[in-house]
Design a protein around this ligand. Structure first.
Ligand code: AMP
Length: 210
């Protein structure tokens, strides 16, 4: 699958540490017409754990580590093809809300030929104890094994710092927008929407009559 510049999927990226609120914001945005929310972690969690990929996911995620890039990008590509074939996601009129992918610079490079990132929303929460609190709460409410142990929580935050945060240097500064993720979910959404309104791609797509 290799797209020309005009065929590349328009996308925005939600970037942030675990617990920063990417999933909450992505789910809301995905409910707005002309947006499609792709949450990499959710797709991994939905895999049959009897399959090779399902087992790989459990092996890495239970340690708070990233699944190797080629598995992750291949899964993304297959999902995209299926979603397009079933008309669930329409790449010519939908903006892809990428949540949890790309997760390191290598994945950014691998996705570059398939998507055009129009904005990186950095959900910033420097208060690590607040992220930990949110993860512990999520472990209880959503039975998330990877958020259940203190060691794994620390590993997930470290992986974010070491592998994911450098993504902010990969994209040009003007594409990156800091959002204070310690605010209420409604205020975080408000800030994201305020920026989205200014994006040319959003103005073009939302003006299309389909
Ligand atoms: P999340 O729900 O986004 O925090 O993801 C849960 C787990 O899924 C992560 O800790 C990783 O093990 C795996 N995962 C999700 N997205 C990716 C990705 N883009 N690259 C590698 N592993 C991922």
């Amino acid at each position: 699958m290799s797209e020309t510049e005009t065929q590349k999927k328009p996308a925005i990226l939600l970037l942030g540490a675990p617990g920063a609120g990417k999933g909450t914001q992505g789910a809301i945005l995905g409910n707005i017409p002309r947006f499609y929310h792709y949450a990499s972690g959710d797709v991994f969690r939905s895999l049959d754990t009897r399959t090779e990929l399902g087992r790989k996911f459990v092996e890495y995620s239970k340690r708070g580590e990233l699944v190797p890039d080629h598995f992750t990008i291949e899964l993304w590509a297959v999902q995209m093809e299926n979603l397009i074939a079933t008309h669930v996601y329409k790449p010519d009129i939908d903006i892809l809300v990428l949540d949890g992918i790309p997760r390191n610079v290598e994945q950014c490079k691998m996705l570059e030929e398939h998507v055009t990132i129009h904005q990186v929303f950095h959900l910033s929460c420097p208060d690590r104890s607040e992220l930990e609190r949110r993860m512990r709460k999520r472990a209880l409410k959503e039975h998330r094994l990877d958020d259940a142990s203190e060691t794994v929580i620390q590993n997930r935050i470290q992986t974010y710092e070491a592998a994911t945060k450098p993504i902010l240097d990969f994209y040009p500064d003007e594409l990156c927008c800091d959002i204070d993720a310690s605010q209420s979910p409604a205020k975080v959404l408000y800030d994201i929407l305020a920026r989205l309104q200014t994006l040319g791609v959003y103005q073009e797509i939302s003006a299309m009559v389909v």
